[in-house]
Design a protein. Sequence first.
Length: 406
Amino acid sequence: MPASTRWSTFTALRERNYRLYWLGLICYVLGHRAEYVTFAWITWELTRDPMALGYLGLAQGVPLVVFQLWGGVLADRMNRLKLLIGTQTLTAITLTIAFSLTVVGRMRFAHLLALAAASSVFRAFDEPARLSLVPGLIDRARLPNAIALGSIPWQAGRMIGPSVTGIVIAAFGGSVGFGMAAVASYLALALYSRIRLEADRATGPRQHALREFAEGLAAVGGNFVFTGLIGLAMFNSLFGMSYVTLLPIFADTYFNAGSTGYGLLNAAQGVGSLFGTLTIATIAHRLVRRGRIVLAVAACVGVELMVFAMAPSMWLALPVLMVVGFSHTFYLTQVSTFIQQNVAEQFRGRVLSIYSLCWNLMPLGGLLGGMLAASVSARFAVLVGGAMVAANALLLLTSRRLRALD
């Protein structure tokens, strides 16, 4: 392998454009986590009403589901870097307004809902542009490494962002949380603005947007491999990730560990996910028979969740959750890599918007898990979710076309 492409865990960061993108992604993720924590805290501070938090979740979630696929259409019709910079600019402005209203004491619950909804609308258009931009930042040989490294900010941010923001809010008040999110967004914007791409241009609006929207759906529906892999990720979001919503019950009721136990359980899955990301970044180029690996590990996730559901103590649950986090990240990063490497350029934004929509179904999965936990028990809910994930992966494993993926 030439020196310019010699492999290491962080090989993609040698490319200037991808390095700027990755550093910007770190800022974006930290800002995003700080924003979510601050919106929730200020809402509670203003209302002291649990239902208000539910309305906030609705305001944040509905725009993502409604607009994400249209974000994919737009990502295929215009310059993706300009679209990313535009959405980042609007997000930074929204957070600046939130910070200003909080500082002057003019923030009201209606303002919070409107600003949270606006931020989610911008994110719905941001995500397809962000995902579809990556292949243009790096050569094809290092794309698997780039995609794996792109997971690191999300995994680390999940562990670091909320805790740091919570400490800052406790010390200085909620307005500082919005200030942190705004500053992080402006830093991300500054880094993205330094990216230089000659080949990143609009693919050109060839047809009516509605027709292109339908074409994007057909590009997935007419491709068995894409349908199978995206279905795998969707099943994971609906059934596999519902355990995250139920962790407080495990920590408090089953393990008698309270908030400390809850923090440890979250940290365990986060550490496992981060380790899985680093592993994929290191060995992705050496993997063969990826289809078998992806489906086998997905089935293992289901079994691991079933083991966690029946764990009698915290000290067994913690290592099991670390393995769950590792396995989740390991196989889902492979799914993302395959889609990125094989989707036709003219459909990239639309197909990736459908794929990323899977993650916005997680709240629905949490709702289903919560309903099952309320009807029977949290252990039973996670057990059923794990069984569904394992059964789906084993069913897909019977497909020769999916097993033959490499």
